[in-house]
Design a protein around this ligand. Structure first.
Ligand SMILES: *Cc1c(COP(=O)(O)O)cnc(C)c1O
Length: 577
């Protein structure tokens, strides 16, 4: 695929790239604060799989000099946010090429940095990080790319102009002329279509784009939508667009594919993509209802196993499944790993987690106790505090079924007041349960902590309110490590759940809760029943069965819910079909 082109930079640009992957956030390395959560992790895991398989991809994102934020929690769980400090030059290579965009009639200059993602077999995938911190820019423009998801809607729009329009221009400046597909990972990158439309018009010698250009651009573009929550779809008042890009541009867009009062970035991408997908079967179904006039397919998300398997599990796979790093389908063979070796590897992971938690929080967790982990963005629909609905019941379970302890982590978005209240409630529950159920909350959830938690947990708890979880990926990371999920049936878990075989379901009969109960009451009651009657007894009294479930989690879910399989589906359905 792709001819060998000339490399102007000499920084691994020698191979022509066929797929350009655009994402507002990409988790590239634990040292780089260029992500906030699941979307960025997915982008990183996708690129790591592309590198493993030698797919000719180039990725584009923004460089955040102050990151998302560093989370501090006070004694009551009150969150405060600090800018992340890091030294860009230590990790990234500056490229000599520049590009610019016009915002409010000002020229905003963009420089680019490169990070190479290495793979097991293939060449590296270059990632281009765009940065407006240049002395020739105005003071405001210099700070445009400082924060991921910081600032207001106006700033966000300006960032998206840099990402979409600036990103395409930078790729061209780097010599990428043969790109066959532009993949928009979420609507943040939708404005790239605008630049492609202008390119098409220019090629035809026209000043304005027309319907033929729209068709041409559509054949180039692929769009993945990531949330069924309407507020999760960026939209901007039209006056912002005419202020930023000029009224001529706005008129042209209105004519072609727009809009009443607001430009919705999801609709822009839907209108200009020939292939659109949701990130799990259920999510595609829900999205199909939201956007009935478009065809929405499903490609269920995955994780990159070599990134998420902890060291002891990696060693286990290296011994029993050589080749698993470049071909994740091989994790199917985890069923033949001797159970006691799985147990030993898991115990090592659990020890590392518990030592970390005890050092960080003084929680005094017990190495032998059943350990429940819950970690993700603290968004209301994820219902992080569902397990604390009835503290008396929780104490009873610990007394009857066996001792258990809970480890939490997660950041609330700086402007999410409700999310911040949830963290405080977890701290209150922690204090109320002292002496009976140990609860720890690790501050500043990030890649490193996620790695410790998904491997060291005995069970991975997830309680989103159906159908609001598009996919969820942390449970897949746990599965790679042989850690079963206990989760409401939403997102990927609808596909990954096999009762008492890969894990357990919460609230199977709560779509229509019994009279007198709401969905949350019903789900909480079901969670308590599962813990008391099924999960904790299996852990303490039927270790052989527990180990079977652990091996099935690896073999059935690790071998499927990974980015090697996911990327192959994108190749077959969207990139080179
Ligand atoms: C995997 C991951 C997420 C996403 O987890 P979900 O289960 O999809 O909510 C968020 N943050 C970090 C640091 C992660 O590693």
């Amino acid at each position: 695929m792709g001819a060998v082109g000339c490399a102007a930079t000499g920084v691994n640009m020698a191979v022509e790239r066929s797929v350009a992957y655009f994402s507002m956030e990409i988790a590239l390395s634990p040292d780089l604060p260029t992500y906030s959560g699941g979307l960025g992790m997915l982008a990183g895991d996708t690129i790591r799989a592309a590198a493993d398989r030698g797919l000719p991809m180039v990725a584009v994102t923004l460089l955040y000099r102050k990151g998302y934020f560093f989370q501090q929690l006070d004694a009551g769980g009150g969150q405060s946010e600090q800018p992340v400090e890091w030294v860009v030059d230590d990790f990234l290579t500056e490229l000599p090429q520049r590009a610019s965009v016009i915002i409010e009639s000002r020229t905003v200059y963009i420089r680019a940095w490169q990070y190479d993602v290495g793979g097991t077999d293939g060449g590296p995938v270059p990632v281009i990080l765009l940065d407006t911190d240049l002395p020739e820019n105005s003071e405001w423009d210099r700070h445009l790319t400082d924060y991921l998801y910081g600032g207001d809607a106006w700033l966000r729009l300006c960032q998206e102009i840099v990402l979409g329009v600036g990103g395409v221009r930078l790729l061209r400046a780097l010599g990428h002329r043969q790109i066959k597909r532009f993949h928009m990972n979420e609507g943040h990158a939708s404005l790239l279509t605008l630049e492609l439309l202008h390119e098409e018009a220019k090629k035809a010698g026209r000043a304005a784009f027309n319907q033929a250009d729209v068709e041409a651009v559509r054949s180039l573009c692929v769009f993945t939508t990531h949330t069924p929550v309407p507020a999760g779809h960026d939209q901007f008042p039209l006056e912002f667009l005419s202020r930023a890009l000029g009224s001529g541009e706005l008129d042209a867009m209105k004519e072609a594919f727009c809009c009443e009062g607001l430009l919705n970035m999801t609709y822009l991408a839907l209108n200009l993509s020939h292939y659109v997908n949701g990130v799990a079967k259920k999510h595609a179904e829900v999205s199909q209802h939201m956007f009935a006039q478009y065809r929405i397919d499903a490609v269920t998300n995955g994780v990159h196993p070599a990134t998420w398997a902890c060291p002891s599990i990696q060693a286990l796979f290296d011994r029993h499944i050589p080749g698993w790093r470049s071909d994740s389908f091989m994790l199917r063979y985890a069923l033949s790993i001797p159970p006691l070796e799985v147990w030993d590897a898991h115990q090592q992971a659990k020890r590392r987690l518990i030592e970390h938690v005890n050092a960080q929080t003084n929680a005094g967790l017990d190495h032998d106790h059943f350990t429940v982990c819950f970690a993700r963005r603290v968004a209301t629909y994820k219902r992080a505090d569902l397990i604390f609905q009835d503290l008396r019941r929780l104490r009873e379970i610990a007394a009857k079924a066996g001792p258990f302890q809970i480890v939490y982590a997660g950041k609330a978005h700086p402007r999410d007041a409700e999310g911040k209240e949830i963290i405080k409630r977890i701290f209150q529950a922690r204090d109320a349960l002292r002496g009976q159920v140990k609860v720890a909350y690790l501050p500043n959830y990030d890649w490193e902590q996620a790695r410790l938690m998904v491997a060291g947990a005995d069970v991975w708890l997830n309680t989103p309110q159906p159908p609001l979880e598009a996919s969820g990926t942390s449970g897949m990371k746990a599965a790679v490590n042989g850690v079963p999920s206990l989760s409401t049936l939403d997102g990927w878990w609808i596909e990954g759940y096999i009762g008492d075989t890969t894990g357990w379901a919460i609230g199977e009969r709560c779509d229509l809760p019994p009279a007198g109960q709401d969905r949350a009451d019903c789900d909480a009651a079901s969670l308590y029943d599962q813990l008391e009657q099924v999960v904790i007894p299996a852990f303490y009294k039927n270790r052989g069965h527990y180990l079977d479930i652990m091996r099935h989690a690896m073999a059935l879910n690790g071998s499927f819910f990974n980015t090697h399989r996911m990327l192959l589906q994108y190749v077959l359905k969207a990139y080179f079909e």
